[in-house]
Design a protein around this ligand. Structure first.
Ligand code: FAD
Ligand code: UDP
Length: 365
């Protein structure tokens, strides 16, 4: 007998929304189930004082994939924002990512040659870095590691840098040019009008149930779709039967200030261990806002516990090994496909989420 839906998509984050859009294109009937009271997952933004406020942390779209850029541009136009966060440490400001400005601010070096020489004196020898600390020192030297990386990373991840995998720090560029662009990708920007209109467009043709937890829904509505795409936590799907995976959570303290420009930049990272938050986001600067007021968010990191929002998978050895066991269960689960940051337990950026969803749908269609 034909079922009511071809596809149930659990989660209305970017992965779920892209999938819903693509599934409609091939004529599938989709139901999206979202436990929050609104759609968009972690890319959701909301207008306050005329400013798009990124509810789940600063989101800058960037990609080197032409296909992903073209796809995103079906739903929005992007502004010319370039992400150039600053770091504050011990009462001084530094440019990020690690570049000639940063070398000058830390060491007084003025040419690439001087900077490279100084770095060589600092780098230590780790031909095969085993953890984030060794990787960071071998990349940028000990002084820069201690000023810009150690405190921030330990706050963000709640673990010593010696207990974290090297790949986390490889996300950041190291350059011998005076270039503060945080990303090397060819394409970058903030969607004009925000992220929420994008996901709403993607979901236009799908049925959407918000405020609905999949597990409760399934108990009442078994067998109403041929396939399920699950973008929630993979360990929760299996009732944590092999043990719980670890996640980091984030909390934001957001306030509206009666001034038009609080910090002069979209993001300032606080890289010492003493300041309890990791960064301060001033949302209007993502869109070159000229409003009279401003909205800022202080971002605090914490360990995830049941009932909190999981933000970051902790991709260390122990958790990756546990994930691989869950993945085996997932591969055996008939007609259920796991996707997205939580379903694949991967530290995906938005462009990787889109690429993965495009590829996955190609495969199942
Ligand atoms: P999510 O957005 O987490 O969506 C999953 C959805 O599933 C959620 O809405 C959740 O409520 C729902 N759900 C879960 N379980 C259930 C259930 N049982 N029943 C019903 N619904 C359920 N990427 C970039 O490219 N650039 C950036 O600048 C950037 N900045 C970031 C900053 C922060 C602080 C964080 C945490 C991430 C950032 N990212 C950034 C990554 C980006 O947020 C993700 O790539 C993207 O949002 C992941 O989409 P998703 O659909 O996989 O997951
Ligand atoms: N990082 C750091 N100092 C900074 C910014 C980042 O040490 O000022 C480290 C930190 O470990 C972080 C990693 O670099 O987890 C990757 O940074 P990115 O900005 O990509 O993290 P995101 O917030 O996107 O997860």
């Amino acid at each position: 007998m034909k079922k009511e839906y071809d596809l149930i998509i659990v989660g209305s984050g970017l992965y779920g929304c892209v999938t819903a859009y693509l599934a409609h294109q091939v004529g599938w009937r989709c139901l999206v189930i979202e436990k929050r009271s609104f759609v968009g997952g972690n890319i959701r933004d909301e207008v306050r004082e005329g400013i798009n406020v990124h509810l789940y942390g600063p989101h800058v779209f960037h990609t080197r994939y032409q296909e992903v850029w073209d796809f995103a541009n079906l739903f929005t136009r992007f502004n010319h924002f370039r992400y150039c966060p600053l770091a504050r440490y011990g009462g001084k400001m530094y440019n990020l990512p690690f570049n000639m400005h940063t070398f000058y601010q830390l060491y007084g070096t003025q040419t690439p040659e001087e900077a490279a020489l100084r770095l060589r004196q600092e780098q230590g020898i780790y031909p095969h870095p085993r953890n984030l600390e060794e990787k960071a020192i071998s990349m940028v030297g000990r002084t820069m590691y201690e000023t810009l990386i150690k405190g921030y990373t330990e706050k963000q991840w709640g673990r010593k840098t010696t207990e974290l995998p090297p790949f986390i720090i490889e996300r950041l560029p190291l350059r011998f040019t005076f270039d503060n662009n945080y990303f090397n990708d060819r394409y970058q920007g903030i969607p004009i009008g925000g992220y929420t209109p994008i996901v709403e467009k993607m979901l236009e043709k799908a049925d959407v149930l918000t405020g609905t937890d999949f597990f409760e829904f399934r108990a009442q509505n078994a067998d109403i779709a041929d396939k399920i795409i699950f973008t929630g936590m993979i360990d929760e799907y299996f009732g944590y039967r092999l043990g719980a995976l670890e996640y980091r959570s984030v909390r934001f303290e957001t306030e509206t200030l009666d001034c038009d420009n609080y910090q002069g930049n979209a993001v300032v990272n606080y890289t010492d261990g003493e300041v309890p938050y990791t960064r301060v986001i001033e949302h209007k600067h993502f869109e070159f806002g000229k409003q009279e007021k401003t909205v800022i968010s202080r971002e605090y990191s914490s360990e995830w516990a049941v009932g909190m929002e999981p933000y970051y998978p902790v991709n260390d050895e122990k958790n990756n090994a546990l994930y691989e066991q869950y993945k085996k269960l997932a591969d055996e689960e008939e007609n259920v496909i796991f996707g997205g940051r939580l379903g694949n337990y991967k530290y995906y950026d938005m462009d990787k989420v889109i690429a993965a969803a495009l590829e996955q749908l190609d495969r199942i269609v």
